[in-house]
Design a protein around this ligand. Structure first.
Ligand code: CO8
Length: 258
């Protein structure tokens, strides 16, 4: 499908989805969020794709939900449309791993969309923030919930109450991002990580993703049980036989997603 507000390329089994509203620092308007959901679903359904990288521009991953669009809305509008619920549910339903590659601003909904991905690789120029308080609203898609789980209550309160931005180094130190790289190397690093994932069994990668994501929803003992049961179920796959045989035979595993 052709999109207006995003670009999609598939290279070496990785779908690179780029947010592309340069005049508005990739602000997330209705069209962009719809197109992003569709692009992710297409990548998830495409047999040639084994991992997804979501990125923006050098200046902005996304500077938040589109303030111009939201400024006209009433309580009844946002309540009735259940504003922003759709993209959260659509991203949560994607089974292939998604890496957010963040350069520049990831603010408000931009930070929240990055946190909806499976992990975040940041350029040294990245700036994360939940500045909604400056607009007379609060975070609406995880900025008070996911961010608190990533960085802890104190830092999350600081970000949500003062609206200050967090640089890449602080974001890595706090557990919000997995690695920080020079801005020029961001896409190369994210694509490299995605290609590493693409070499694994897709079945196993989807199971690992599911297990880690459950840790946000379950108690420790329920999560441990979920993990153990999924681990047990991997023994029904050909890829488990192949992975272990390849180790013992000192060769590369040839996974077949079966
Ligand atoms: N919405 C709409 N337009 C935007 C946005 C935005 N969030 N951010 C920037 N723009 C536009 C500007 O209006 C400007 O357009 P124009 O040239 O037509 O005036 C253009 O992008 C460039 O922006 P600036 O001139 O302001 O660029 P600066 O480099 O001076 O400043 C900043 C960059 C600091 C990022 C600044 O643009 C800024 O503060 N932006 C707003 C950040 C913000 O408040 N974000 C939170 C929005 S609320 C939100 O996200 C609610 C989340 C709910 C859940 C969403 C889930 C998907």
């Amino acid at each position: 499908m052709a999109f207006e507000t995003i670009n999609v390329e598939v290279q070496d089994h990785v779908a690179l989805i780029k947010l592309n509203r340069p005049d508005a620092l990739n602000a997330l308007n209705t069209l962009l969020l719809q197109e992003l959901g569709s692009a992710l679903e297409e990548a998830d359904a495409n047999d040639k794709v084994r991992c997804i990288v979501l990125t923006g521009s050098e200046k902005a991953f996304a500077a938040g939900a589109d303030i111009k669009e939201m400024s006209e809305m009433s309580f009844v509008d946002v309540f009735t449309s259940n504003l922003f619920a759709d993209i959260n549910n659509r991203i949560a339903a994607i089974r292939k791993p998604i890496i957010a590659a963040v350069s520049g601003y990831a603010l408000g909904g931009g930070c929240e969309v990055a946190m909806m991905c499976d992990f975040i690789i940041a350029a040294d120029t990245a700036k994360f923030g939940q500045p909604e308080i400056n607009l007379g609203v609060i975070a609406g898609m995880g900025g008070s919930q996911r961010l608190t789980r990533f960085v802890g209550k104190s830092k999350s309160m600081d970000m949500n109450l003062t609206g200050r931005f967090m640089g890449a180094e602080e974001a890595e130190r706090s557990g919000l991002v997995s690695r920080v790289v020079p801005a020029k190397k961001l896409i190369e690093e994210a694509m490299g990580a995605a290609q590493k994932i693409a070499e694994k069994s897709l079945l196993t990668a989807a199971a690992a993703k599911e297990a880690v994501n459950r840790s946000y929803e379950l108690t420790l003992s329920e999560g441990m049980l979920f993990e153990r049961r999924v681990f047990h179920s991997m023994f029904a796959t050909e890829d488990q036989k192949e992975g272990m045989a390849a180790f013992l035979e000192k060769r590369e595993a040839q996974f077949r997603d079966k």
